[in-house]
Design a protein around this ligand. Structure first.
Ligand code: NAP
Length: 243
């Protein structure tokens, strides 16, 4: 049974990834930071459906906490065969108002976290000559989002990390890919008004917003054994917003 670690799986896209991987009979490690109850409820839901699931609390912006999380996964299951770097935060603010703290928090949560998790996951993957790393970027990392410069910079960094690491690990049987979602209906959009959301819909060629399941299904596809020739790619799932 393959083990998948999904960071930030207590809510939103990560939680739906957990459901889809569990359905495909992966063992699922649900990482969360503050939403303990949501993580526990999700684990119960999946266990009731017969899945092998556990939760691990770790703030993935801290290398110490990431290393502790992997020590536990390595002890319990040998390691993680599949890593979905999904945890993230957003903030809308004028560039000139950004503080050092805003910048550091954004970069550590959305970019350094992927570095810490990949570094901790790789020794086991390399030993096994198999691994799948799926990084969740954003279309704003591809084209840049106004009032989201720090978010865009972190998500563009994820794309660079993905491409470079894919080259380094290609001969080790490990693929590294990235999903760049468009506007997806989750708590991350909670600060948007109805009018904002309508405007985003109107700008999207499909005339719709995405769902967590649009992303989760793609993550499961990239994790599959049969996806071994797909690496270093950025898969845009955005209703045609960015082409
Ligand atoms: P969400 O509903 O706000 O969920 C965010 C998740 O990240 C939560 O499970 C949260 O866990 C976790 N998280 C945040 N900081 C963390 C930390 N320091 N350590 C561990 N976990 C942490 O957001 P979402 O929309 O599902 O976003 C998931 C990913 O997709 C993010 O990387 C986001 O940037 C990306 N994305 C989203 C959209 C969108 O429109 N929704 C578009 C493009 C890209 P706790 O609550 O337990 O802290």
């Amino acid at each position: 049974m393959r083990t998948v670690l999904i960071t930030g799986a207590s809510r939103g896209i990560g939680a739906q990834c957990a459901r889809r991987f569990a359905e495909k009979e992966y063992r699922v490690v649900i990482n969360y930071n503050s939403s303990e109850k949501q993580a526990a409820d999700l684990a119960d839901e999946l266990k009731k459906a017969g899945s092998d699931v556990c939760t691990v609390k770790a703030d993935v912006s801290s290398s110490e906490e990431v290393n502790r999380m992997f020590a536990r996964i390595n002890d319990d299951y040998g390691g993680a065969d599949i890593l979905v770097n999904n945890a993230g935060i957003a903030q809308t603010k004028l560039f000139t108002d950004l503080t050092d703290e805003d910048w550091d928090k954004m970069l550590s949560t959305n970019l350094s976290s992927a570095f810490y998790c990949c570094r901790a996951a790789l020794p086991y993957m390399i030993r096994n000559h198999f691994g799948r790393i799926i990084n969740i970027s954003s279309m704003w990392g591809q084209v840049g989002g106004s009032c989201e410069v720090h978010y865009s910079a972190a998500k563009a960094g994820i794309i660079g990390l993905t491409k470079a690491l894919a080259m380094e690990e290609g001969l080790s049987g490990i693929t590294v890919n990235c999903i760049a979602p468009g506007v997806i209906k989750t708590d991350m959009l909670s600060s948007f008004t109805k009018e904002d959301l309508q405007a985003l819909k109107d700008e999207t060629p499909t005339g719709t917003l995405g769902t967590p399941d649009d992303i989760a299904r793609a993550a499961v596809f990239l994790a599959d054994d049969s996806s071994s020739f797909i690496t270093g790619q950025v898969l845009g799932i955005n209703g045609g917003f960015v082409v």
